[in-house]
Design a protein around this ligand. Structure first.
Ligand code: ZN
Ligand code: ZN
Ligand code: ZN
Length: 221
């Protein structure tokens, strides 16, 4: 598969047409809906095929499946793989249609909503984000899916941060002395604000924060 969009513009990850400017953003939902409507499963291998290709595919597939069925174990493995891929594809398409998925890089490949990795294909994005999300929650961070209403400081990272902030506050206050205690309080207030910004920059998924993360290697993982 080539990259028709490589001379500029983006290439639709579903139909491979290339688009200029922001038109892919508007095209992709419609394209996903059409692809879903136009997709059927091959009765022999279970792979997703376009309705107009079904007859031709079945003819080829039938003879091939028959040949391979002399080794039932191997065939079952192959078919299982096809099925998983077909499911991943359907999940990706319906997520695109619903608008859940749709961050694209300059070429029109998917961008992981968790780690920001670019260049992911239609067949990879769902599995990749899943793994990324699991990794994040294992590390005790706030997973992207739960971004709303999770600022209660319950996760280990927040607790650790709160302790460090408290220690820092003490440090500042004691080194400022009585006379400068007022200025010290103001500084602490500043640091609180700064902490919120850094937290947002690290974990929020709004566009501006993501952009900040991608543009600043301090936030790279
Ligand atoms: Zn398309
Ligand atoms: Zn088939
Ligand atoms: Zn990722």
């Amino acid at each position: 598969m080539g990259w028709p969009g490589s001379k500029g513009g983006q290439c639709c990850p579903i139909c491979s047409q290339s688009f200029l400017g922001t038109s892919l953003k508007y095209h992709i939902k419609t394209c996903a809906r059409q692809a879903l409507a136009n997709l059927t499963n091959c009765q022999f291998c279970g792979r997703p095929v376009r309705k107009e290709d079904q007859v031709e595919h079945s003819l080829r597939c039938k003879t091939r499946c028959r040949k391979e069925s002399k080794e039932p174990g191997a065939l079952a493995e192959t078919l299982k793989g096809y099925q998983e891929k077909a499911n991943a594809l359907r999940v990706a398409l319906s997520k695109i249609e619903s608008g859940e998925l749709g961050s694209l890089d300059a070429r029109g490949c998917f961008v992981c909503g968790v780690c920001g990795q670019q260049g992911l294909g239609l067949a990879q994005i769902v599995g990749h984000e899943e793994v990324c999300r699991q990794r994040l929650s294992q590390e005790g961070r706030v997973p992207v899916a739960d971004k709303e209403g999770q600022d209660g400081g319950e996760d280990p990272f927040s607790v650790q941060l709160a302790e460090e902030m408290a220690a820092l506050r003490q440090d500042i206050l004691s080194s400022c002395g009585e006379a400068a205690a007022d200025a010290g309080e103001k500084l602490v207030l500043c640091l609180d604000r700064l902490r919120d910004i850094v937290r947002n920059a690290c974990f929020r998924e709004e566009k501006k924060y993501r952009r900040l993360r991608l543009s600043n290697e301090t936030f790279a993982e």
